[in-house]
Design a protein around this ligand. Sequence first.
Ligand SMILES: [Zn+2]
Length: 92
Amino acid sequence: MEISDLNLRAAMTSPFRNLFELLDIWTFARWDRRAEAQGWTVVKPQPLVHVYRHSGFASMVTCGGCGGEGVTRKGACHTCLGSGRQRPEPDR
Ligand SMILES: [Zn+2]
């Protein structure tokens, strides 16, 4: 059986990947449990990066006063109070 460079590289990096996965679980377990208990979603785009989002965040829209930046030339946006998001106008 012949081992290609690709297989050898994958075998060598696998222990580090497993180590990162264990470190990721150990580091964020407490925060993940807390977020899930509060109904927040947890997105893990890559090891050691977790993004927590409240379900209400999806119902908000980009602030029209600052274009989502949270600041204007005059300082913090008064419409969204610096968050860059606001609740949509109710339909009339
Ligand atoms: Zn704003």
